[in-house]
Design a protein. Structure first.
Length: 171
């Protein structure tokens, strides 16, 4: 995304990408049709155990995530198969994302502003490597237990998220 790449002039170097709104519930809440990418910036990357100032965020949210370290770059100008992408993954890490927005009414700004806001990417904590080696992303087919904002437990399948995220990022 050109606007997110330009943000590096203001926010400093990037270190990765995130995929936002991976569930139908999140997409409906934000009024978007499909998951979206967000650039992650080095200045907002934190070490495991590091304290993060709570007064520096608008959204009081922490999301458990799977993060993937790539063994090699994939050319974004080339169409890649899911197999190509899976084979390029080096390891999977457990992580925590603290998304944020410059808008207090972040749910109603629309996709263009979300993308210009780097997909609500803000603070990120990479944990330890959970799985390493070839085909570690097969874990993406696991079911993730989550609690929603009303404290009701629901399961959301990881199947399909990784494939979509790869295809979306590589367009």
């Amino acid at each position: 995304m050109a606007i997110q790449t330009r943000l590096e002039e203001l926010a400093g170097p990037g270190f990765g990408w995130k995929i936002g709104a991976t569930t139908a519930t999140a997409r409906a809440f934000l009024g978007v049709e499909e998951p979206f990418p967000g650039r992650m910036f080095a200045q907002f990357r934190h070490a495991e155990g590091e304290l993060i100032p709570a007064d520096s965020v608008i959204l009081p949210v922490a999301e458990p995530e799977f993060a993937f370290r790539m063994a090699r770059d994939l050319d974004p100008a080339v169409e890649h198969t899911l197999e190509d992408v899976l084979d390029a993954v080096d390891s999977m890490l457990l992580a925590v994302e603290m998304p944020d927005s410059r808008y207090k009414d972040y749910a109603n700004v629309g996709i263009n502003q979300i993308l210009a806001d780097s997909g609500y990417s803000k603070r990120f904590i990479a944990g330890r490597v959970a799985l390493a080696g070839p085909r570690t992303t097969e874990a993406g087919t696991a079911t993730q237990g989550r609690r929603n904002r009303h404290d009701r437990h629901r399961d959301s399948p990881g199947t399909g998220r990784l494939g979509f995220a790869y295809r979306r990022r590589l367009r």
